[in-house]
Design a protein around this ligand. Structure first.
Ligand code: NDP
Length: 483
């Protein structure tokens, strides 16, 4: 019998109004745990306590805040093996990726620990004689964080760490598919010397607790990562209260492979970018835009590479592609395979359910060729281990196809030409551009975000995070004495 994992409400671990079971997608017979679902009243109670705690935390000195964030980050890095295993067990990404994610999440905390000590304002003289101006940032207040399952620890951490660093309270609703990672991180945060109720964990479904949280007048800001439709719903609810909102959503990222590029490098970059994390990344390159001079050779090598990738249990050594996160996700992926074929695309490998040694949601990586950019498989985020090759006759067409999307998170080019790399970097309409690197994989000390339907609001990560998690105050000061 599994112990019930509780929510952190107003500083106390409490049971909820119901419970859910969390199963390992690599092996559905493995019950990861049982998790409380917060009630509407619990959410309101924790939001009220968060308001009190936030004013106490805002008054805490910067060295104390720094020490708290550093302790959280260090513990996560030290326990990345254990917590990464838990993450991989419940989410399905291969163990090395799970451990890497937890370690990286720790780095978000240590990075923002240092930022606690680097909060400088600006000063200026007034246009009026004898008056000085002081411009500084203050906390926004109570911040709600609604996070997805694909990076259950990292995404939450790159929101929670800056929120706490800049003096805010946090009410976190993680995805219900990955509650174990959420409880593990919350336990570490809750153990710190912080005001009671400064940090809350409210597990529950998006349609119940998530929508109540986004629409609550008791929050000052909401940061969300997930799908476009839900992002739009959250934005609508938040704007009704004039709540500050930040959204990171889907994308349809393109990797351009030029005829002057290193083809083996291009294949490695495409395999990693399209199939890493089973393609369940907002930065995944599901559109592979390939120059016709190298198209056939690239496809041949790509297919060989995709077929050689080991699909299997996330915790087993050698696994390169774990299961997809849920039965629902697998169904949607297979529906995209059917759709692609009905649109005239040719599936040259994979794209099928795999019966592995365990009972899980396994799918082998699939490659479509003979596709064009008007097909739905090239318009919609599939979030699957599926990639579609689009043949183009030159750089100009490659750039034009790259930019022909409603999204705009990341794009990449493989080329040896400095001129093309530079032109692409400047003209790709995405928030992140990579050259000779996968479209997925970003650093923590620089901004992250996109354009179009990929993002809304200020950028996340790095120093730019302050734009969302703080409010600027401008003070005018006169000594009252004659100059
Ligand atoms: P969702 O957008 O539904 O979920 C993201 C988060 O929002 C989860 O915590 C979810 O809760 C919550 N949520 C859901 N509905 C609401 C609501 N009405 N109000 C407030 N919060 C809500 O994504 P899914 O997990 O359903 O994935 C569907 C698709 O979204 C994927 O296939 C992919 O295309 C895209 N996606 C993109 C991500 C990205 O990184 N940009 C991440 C995840 C998904 P809960 O799940 O617990 O109900």
């Amino acid at each position: 019998m599994s112990i019930l994992q509780k929510n952190l409400i107003a500083g106390e671990w409490v049971s909820g109004e119901s419970e859910i079971e969390n199963h390992n997608p690599s092996d559905l017979t493995d019950l990861v745990g049982v998790y409380a679902q917060a009630s509407s009243d619990q959410l309101n109670a924790t939001l009220e306590q968060a308001r009190l705690a936030q004013s106490q935390w805002a008054a805490v000195g910067m060295e104390k805040k720094q020490a708290v964030l550093m302790a959280i980050g260090n513990e996560m890095m030290e326990r990345s093996e254990e917590l990464g295993t838990l993450l991989s067990r419940e989410e399905g990404k291969p163990l090395a990726e799970g451990k890497g994610e937890v370690f990286r999440a720790g780095q978000f905390f240590t990075y923002y620990a240092a930022e606690c000590l680097r909060q400088l304002g600006e000063n200026a003289d007034s246009v009026r004689d004898g008056i000085e101006i002081d411009v500084r940032r203050e906390p926004v207040g109570v911040v709600s964080i609604i996070s997805p399952w694909n990076f259950p620890t990292a995404t939450a951490s790159w929101k929670i760490a800056p929120a706490l660093c800049y003096g805010n309270a946090v009410v976190w609703k993680p995805a219900n598919v990955t509650p174990a990672s959420a409880v593990a991180l919350s336990e570490i945060i809750a153990r710190q010397d912080i005001p009671k109720g400064l940090f809350s964990l409210v597990m529950g479904s998006g349609s119940a607790i998530g929508s109540q949280l986004a629409a609550s007048p008791l929050i000052d800001a909401v940061s969300f990562t997930g799908s476009v439709p839900v992002g739009k719903q959250i934005a609508g609810a938040a704007i009704a209260n004039l709540t500050r909102v930040q959204l990171e959503m889907g994308s349809k990222n393109a990797l351009v492979v030029m005829d002057d590029g290193d083809l083996d490098l291009a294949v490695g970059v495409a395999l990693g970018g399209a199939f890493g994390g089973s393609g369940q990344k907002c930065t995944a390159s599901s559109r592979l835009i390939v120059h016709d001079a190298v198209h056939d050779e690239f496809v041949e090598k790509l297919v060989k590479g995709a077929q050689a990738m080991k699909v299997g249990h996330a915790l087993e050594e050698g696994t390169q592609i774990g299961p997809v996160v849920s039965e629902q996700q697998l169904k949607e992926n297979l529906a995209y395979v059917k759709l692609g074929r009905s649109e005239g695309a040719e599936l040259v490998c994979g794209g099928t359910r795999v019966d592995a040694d365990h009972n899980g949601h396994y799918m082998c990586p699939g490659v479509f060729i003979n596709t064009n950019n008007t097909m739905q498989i090239n318009r919609e985020e599939m979030f699957a281990p599926l990639a579609a090759v689009i043949k183009v006759d030159g750089y100009e067409e490659a750039l034009s196809v790259t930019n022909d999307t409603h999204f705009g998170l990341t794009s990449g080019i493989v080329t040896r030409s400095l001129a093309r790399a530079t032109h692409f970097r400047r003209h790709a309409r995405t928030g992140v551009v990579t050259v000779n690197l996968p479209t997925a994989g970003t650093d923590y000390h620089v901004p992250f975000g996109g354009r179009g339907e990929s993002s809304y609001g200020p950028r996340e990560q790095g120093k730019t995070a302050a734009e969302f998690y703080t409010i600027v105050k401008t003070a005018y000061i006169s000594s009252g004495l004659p100059e």
